[in-house]
Design a protein around this ligand. Structure first.
Ligand SMILES: NC(=O)c1ccc[n+]([C@@H]2O[C@H](COP(=O)([O-])OP(=O)(O)OC[C@H]3O[C@@H](n4cnc5c(N)ncnc54)[C@H](O)[C@@H]3O)[C@@H](O)[C@H]2O)c1
Length: 265
């Protein structure tokens, strides 16, 4: 029960990493608010948590809307009396170079992945301070550290998430607020399963770049988030925790050599 008596909001928790984390947080004793725009899946997440004996509630919150974020924070406080943990995790993005990407898609990507964090923190931090402190976890990506092809909005957003997390750590550390980012590598979610069903060879090809030779699962990120959410990490703030099976620790020329050899076999 590493999160006993804690109240957590997780955005984008209807599926994927958010759902996996919500289930783990609830198992560890947290009361969890599942904030999402996908009501059927979010309600399913709540039912699964309750079936395991956990406590959770769904709030419909479009993180592109400032009022919805404000209402989401208020919902958690009204329902469970306080707020200790905010995990900003919601995801929407379109790929493309800066030439290909429509401005509306750039704006939506940055709104969901960056502006939503600014607004979530703006409204959550005062409530956390009232509760005696809190932990904010912002889900960034290895794409915030390095650039892939044709991912202008995603790479820009995730790099911003990392430094915004440091900024919040610096500004609010004296008030008992910790703020950290997590940088996942490829995590196979429901979305990932759909992709793999259409591209059966993709998994084997991708994992050749991972020293651990497997893709990640939501639970791999959930365990990192649990540590950052819990009081075990009270000396940890402003960090970007890389959970990527070693993807970004491999020197590129050595990796290229390894892939060349593998292709020859
Ligand atoms: N899956 C990966 O391989 C991977 C790797 C690195 C980082 N990440 C990051 O992890 C986080 C979660 O990714 P995932 O793969 O689990 O995503 P996902 O697509 O499985 O789930 C995203 C969730 O966000 C919700 N959402 C979308 N727009 C929203 C909005 N406007 N308001 C509220 N909710 C909204 C969706 O309904 C969905 O439930 C994202 O920030 C993503 O960038 C994922």
């Amino acid at each position: 029960m590493r999160l006993e008596n804690k109240v957590a909001i997780i955005t984008g928790a209807a599926q994927g990493i958010g759902k996996g984390t919500a289930k783990l947080f609830a198992r560890e004793g947290a009361k969890v608010v599942i904030a999402d725009i996908d009501a059927p899946r979010a309600e399913q997440t709540v039912r699964e948590i309750q079936a395991e004996g956990g406590t959770a509630a769904f709030v419909h919150a479009d993180v592109e809307q400032e009022e919805a974020i404000q209402a989401m924070v208020q919902f958690a406080v009204d329902r469970y009396g306080k707020l200790d943990i905010l995990m900003n995790n919601a995801y929407w993005s379109k790929s493309g170079t800066v030439i290909e990407l429509a401005r509306a898609d750039w704006d939506r990507s940055l709104n969901v992945m960056v502006r939503a964090i600014y607004l979530g923190c703006k409204y959550a931090i005062p409530r956390m301070i009232e509760a005696g402190g809190g932990s904010i976890i912002n889900v960034a990506s290895v794409h915030g550290l390095l650039a892939a092809t044709r991912s202008a909005a995603y790479e820009a957003a995730k790099a911003a998430v990392i430094n915004l997390s440091r900024q919040i750590a610096v500004d609010f550390g004296p008030h008992g607020i910790r703020c950290n980012a997590i940088c996942p590598g490829w995590i196979i979610t429901e979305r990932g399963e759909e992709f793999l069903a259409q591209h059966p060879d993709a998994y084997e090809r991708a994992v050749r770049c991972y020293p651990v030779r497997r893709g990640g699962r939501p639970i791999d990120i959930a365990y990192g988030a649990l540590y950052l959410a819990s009081d075990e990490s009270t000396f940890v703030t402003g960090t970007a925790l890389v959970i990527d099976g070693g993807l970004t620790c491999w020197l590129q020329d050595s990796l290229a050599q390894h892939l060349e050899q593998a292709d020859r076999v």
